[in-house]
Design a protein around this ligand. Structure first.
Ligand code: SAM
Ligand code: SF4
Length: 348
């Protein structure tokens, strides 16, 4: 049975493991909330979104800024969430982003607040976001070659992305983490160059295995670049030693580069799954809770909010949603079904 739902107005849990926490029946507790602020994007990365875009979520179905802030407040105050990451689609396209960050930063306990972004425009926005309370950014960068960027993201925006990354660092968002997805025959020879770039600038690079979350549904297990291949490519140029620091619930396995302290991470979501340690809960831009990236079902919180539900009722529905989380993503299971929403509409 899920933990009992506290009565309205009852005290907040003493810790993230407390009575109100987001537990599942496999013993995991979700303390890390991913909030998608939009399904729209100004890039079209091939592993994520088709070049023509997607049928965007209708505006009335999107959570308003106040609704987002209310749900984040319930998650932090009543459900033990300790980290809030804003994502999308491209979260910098959300006009109310700074206000949403400000509201999250005013919560008690104060959650850690981060952003996953393609960094286009971040050079201009970073100081405002830092002033609002943003703590960290993860930026997606898959290539340092302009033509490859155009081929992969279908837009000629490499310079804008690099300016955004530099702007984030200049605004004090350290360490800047860089996320890279490698695609065979597109950018899979660039792993060492991207690591050199990250080392030169003091950024933390993490490679993410490509997952079956593309809108076109063309992902193929036998075509994806695996964690083992990425490590082999890096070892051709760098000395990698497993990082003795405890991984905890972090998805990235890390290696010390050339004796450290610099590190590189590999998130082997497909070939080295970490579902047993997952501490994530996800909220889509249209107010649906997903207990896993690969969940087939969602729980509607937007409808509940708009029917006038109390915070305690919303929290109770969220707990129920998490209780049913499956033990693993099952990508290797013959019965695996790709979720109907692509990554851009779930929030990575
Ligand atoms: N637009 C922002 C960005 O690109 O960082 C935030 C949203 S994006 C969906 C979040 C992360 O998901 C990015 O790091 C992106 O590389 C990753 N991603 C998207 N589709 C993916 C896929 N099919 N497999 C693995 N990672 C993916
Ligand atoms: Fe946009 Fe991010 Fe998806 Fe690329 S990965 S298309 S930047 S949402």
């Amino acid at each position: 049975m899920p933990a009992p739902i506290p009565a309205p107005g009852s005290a907040a849990p003493a810790s993230a493991q407390g009575p109100g926490a987001l537990r599942d029946r496999h013993g995991r507790v979700a303390t890390d909330l991913r909030v998608s602020l939009t399904d729209r994007c100004n890039l079209r990365c091939a592993y994520c979104m088709p070049e023509a875009g997607l049928p965007w979520l209708p505006k009335p179905t999107l959570l308003t800024d106040d609704e987002v802030s209310r749900l984040v407040r319930i998650a932090v105050r009543d459900l033990g969430v300790r980290e809030v990451r804003f994502t999308g689609g491209e979260p910098l396209l959300r006009p109310g982003l700074a206000g949403i960050v400000t509201e999250a930063a005013a919560l008690d306990p104060r959650p850690e607040i981060s952003l996953t972004t393609n960094a286009i425009g971040l050079d201009k926005l970073a100081p405002t976001l830092v002033a609002a309370g943003l703590d960290r950014v993860n930026v997606s960068l898959d290539t340092l070659d302009r033509d490859t960027f155009k081929a992969l993201a279908k837009r000629d925006r490499l310079d804008a992305t690099l300016a955004g990354i530099a702007g984030a660092a200049a605004a004090g968002l350290a360490p800047v983490k860089i996320n890279t997805v490698l695609m065979r025959g597109v950018n899979d020879t660039e792993a060492p160059a991207l690591l050199r770039f990250a080392l030169e600038h003091g950024y933390e690079l993490r490679f993410i295995e490509q997952m079956p979350l593309d809108a076109a549904g063309v992902w193929r297990r036998d075509e994806m670049v695996t964690a083992a291949e990425i490590l082999d490519a890096l070892r051709a140029e760098f000395d990698l030693v497993p990082d003795p620091a405890h991984r905890g619930s972090a998805p990235a396995e890390t290696w010390l580069v050339d004796g450290g302290p610099a590190k590189v991470g590999v998130i082997g979501s497909v070939t080295r799954p970490f579902c047993g340690d997952c501490d994530r809960t996800r909220l889509t831009a249209d107010g649906q809770v997903r207990n896993c990236l690969f969940a087939q079902g969602e729980t509607d919180l937007r409808g509940l909010l708009r029917e006038g539900a109390s915070d305690a009722e919303v929290a109770g529905r969220w707990r129920e949603a998490m209780w049913g989380k499956l033990p693993g993503h099952g990508i290797d299971d013959p019965s695996f079904l790709q979720p109907s929403r692509p990554m851009s509409a779930i929030g990575g």
